[in-house]
Design a protein around this ligand. Structure first.
Ligand code: ADP
Length: 630
């Protein structure tokens, strides 16, 4: 039986990219195919532990051979193979979650112009063969399909599947190399030493022997040609080697290969512990955030191995949400191989390992912060927001772990600072750590609520992200100093004398304030004489609890139930506008209510909140403008 099928559109796109690629690292195809072969053996081995139908074996191997006459290179494994449906699902479609979204998000020109980065962005897997091959043939037999099949593709619209006879389980992938052209030569991949070198470089840690029949010349017997079956890899996983023997360069190389990144990681960490529980872990922080980090589809997790045998790809219990961006693996001899995924979740061993790794990563980041602050700032630029969510999550369970790792911009500093630095730079009489929500330093500096801060020369944290204020609310205080929004109701920065003066004023203007309150009774909860305004006539502040900024954030959420912060209108008793109001009040002028409403609406606008009735607002302004010109 022979059938011809069409590649899925997305796969076709990736294929086009590969066939036309002039990617300088095209030799990675070998690493990708070897790693697929190793995964296939892992799968067989793992299943054979529990599935009666699979014979228990120990003859696993990956074989490479080259044929100079046919210009082919062949990689075969005795792993799990593929059923007919798996061929269609795995080779006819992009399997990797995310790659489809990624490809769709790329514009046609980008794909053409920067294909280097595109390839680097995600592991390209099987399709990378088409960077060097004009034809790819996969012959495969799965224990779950009675028949064996041959998949043939020339990287065009369609591929072919034929039934074949093949008794041994596993897959054999044969690449027919592209023809050499004037500026492109593919012969290197027919050279056995070159292959040996590539295996050394990229696949040394693969745990199954990668074997090749090599022609060697024996010096002793006058260069007589001998054929030798050679194992090309050391088979020792990097993380099983002695920690002192591993260089950062090797770790980085391992990361790039294993996780398909073109850039070295920002941080790599080798953890190897003995004792209560023995495990090794390799943990990496990518230098750029995975493109889908904030999409629902993103899966956090570390690969899990037990005694060098792969168990699962994304063990998410090993990674707290706020470290979701880390990549890496954990190998623990203490975990039973037969362990099911459900039991794994309740496994106390695993929980201990997870919390141990978490602490190690945080202390490494702490070290980076202290020793190379610039690098830490770069890290924080990319991933910092996760820490703010981390503080907020689980009712603040992690806040003490994270509070010294968050950075802020402030109105006075050019660079990021820590809360500790803020506290150390506080003025003598300053009681609080002040913050303001806003998009930029400029917009915050323009806020009326900044008047007093400037007068006292206090620094103010700039909160740019929606999560910021929620996180600070959960933190509550830093080292005994409470946080306070410059827009909160009870901001009192006057000295005793000023306080006394204001109290007297409050008493004497009581009826005016009452009248204002009455006039705005459906819009604000209170009207007070301001202790914070210097140059501005009015501002809107919020009561304890929910702030106006938080109200904005919550109301943007889907299914928000229209929450409202307590609103207090503050009015500056020293401003000319207050004097104007007084005059209107004393004369029982009918314009009083219009003034009150205009002032309130202006306070809303300054806060970046919508005004209730823009039309009415404008009409009132027109009216006053005409009056003023008369
Ligand atoms: P990835 O390996 O990252 O999932 P690939 O494009 O390399 O992506 O491979 C797609 C899928 O094809 C694999 O997930 C696997 O299911 C299947 N596959 C590839 N090579 C083999 C092989 N040698 N044996 C069995 N299955 C394979």
């Amino acid at each position: 039986m022979s059938e011809t099928k069409k590649f899925k559109t997305e796969s076709k796109r990736l294929l086009d990219l590969m066939t036309n690629s002039i990617y300088t690292n095209r030799e990675i195809f070998l690493r990708e195919l070897i790693s697929n072969a190793s995964d296939a053996i892992d799968k067989y081995h793992y299943l054979s532990l529990t599935d009666e139908r699979l014979q228990k074996r120990d003859d696993y191997e990956i074989r490479i051979s080259v044929n100079k006459d046919d210009r082919t290179i062949t990689i075969s494994d005795n792993g799990i193979g593929m059923t007919h449906d798996e061929i269609v699902d795995n080779l006819g479609t992009i399997a990797k979650s995310g790659s489809l979204e990624f490809l769709n998000s790329m514009k046609e020109e980008d794909l053409k112009d920067n294909n280097i980065d595109v390839i680097g962005q995600f592991g390209v897997g099987f399709y990378s063969s088409f960077m060097v091959a004009k034809k790819v043939i996969v012959e495969t037999k799965s224990p779950f399909d009675e028949k064996a099949y041959r998949f043939t593709s020339e990287g065009t619209e369609t591929y072919k599947i034929d039934e074949i006879s093949k008794d041994s389980l596993g897959s054999t992938i044969t690449l027919l190399l592209k023809d050499n052209t004037e500026d492109d030569n593919f012969d290197e991949f027919l050279d056995q030493y070159e292959i040996e070198d590539l295996v050394h470089r990229y696949s040394d840690y693969i745990r199954y022997p990668i074997k090749m029949m090599m022609k060697e010349y024996n010096d002793e017997e006058e260069n007589k040609e001998v054929v030798e079956d050679k194992t090309l890899n050391s088979m020792i996983p990097l993380w099983k080697k002695n920690k002192n023997e591993i260089t950062t360069e090797q770790l980085n190389e391992f990361y790039r290969n294993k996780f398909g990144d073109y850039e070295d990681p920002l941080m790599s960490l080798f953890i190897s512990t003995e004792g209560m529980f023995t495990y090794q872990a390799l943990v990496f922080i990518p230098a750029h955030a995975p493109y889908d980090l904030y999409s629902d589809k993103y899966q956090k997790g570390l690969q899990l191995y037990s005694k060098g045998v792969f168990i699962m790809d994304k063990c998410n219990d090993l990674v707290p949400d706020y470290l979701r961006f880390i990549k890496g693996l954990v190998d623990s001899g203490d975990l039973s191989l037969n362990i099911s995924r459900e039991i794994l979740q309740q496994n106390s061993q695993l929980r201990k390992i997870a919390s141990n790794i978490e602490k190690k990563i945080l202390s490494e980041l702490e070290k980076m912060k202290n020793e190379d602050f610039e690098k830490y700032c770069k890290f924080f630029e990319i991933y910092g927001i996760n820490f703010k969510y981390g503080i907020y999550d689980e009712y603040g369970a992690k806040k003490d772990l994270l509070k010294d790792l968050v950075l802020y911009n402030t109105v006075k500093e050019e660079k990021y600072i820590t809360l500790k630095q803020y506290k150390e730079a506080m003025k003598e009489k300053q009681e609080f750590i002040y913050y303001a929500a806003g998009k930029s330093k400029t917009s915050i500096n323009a806020m009326p609520q900044m008047d007093m801060m400037k007068k006292h020369d206090y620094d103010v944290l700039i909160l740019k992200d929606d999560i910021d204020e929620f996180a600070l609310t959960v933190l509550g205080e830093y080292d005994g100093v409470k946080f306070k929004s410059i827009a909160s109701e009870n901001l009192d920065l006057l000295d005793d004398e000023e306080d006394k003066k204001l109290d007297e004023l409050k008493e004497s203007k009581k009826s005016l304030i009452e009248k204002l309150k009455d006039s705005l009774k459906n819009q604000v909860d209170d009207v007070v004489l301001s202790k914070r305004l210097v140059d501005s006539p009015v501002c809107l502040v919020s009561g304890e609890g929910l702030s106006i900024e938080m109200e904005k954030v919550l109301n943007q959420l889907p299914n928000s139930s229209d929450v409202k912060a307590k609103r207090v209108l503050e009015i500056n008793p020293n401003h000319d506008l207050f004097k104007a109001l007084e005059k209107l009040y004393d004369n029982s002028d009918s314009d009083f209510n219009d003034y009150a409403s205009l002032l309130y609406n202006q306070a809303l606008l300054i806060e970046g909140l919508p005004i209730n009735d823009p039309l009415l607002f404008s009409e009132k302004i027109y009216k006053l403008m005409i009056k003023a010109a008369k």
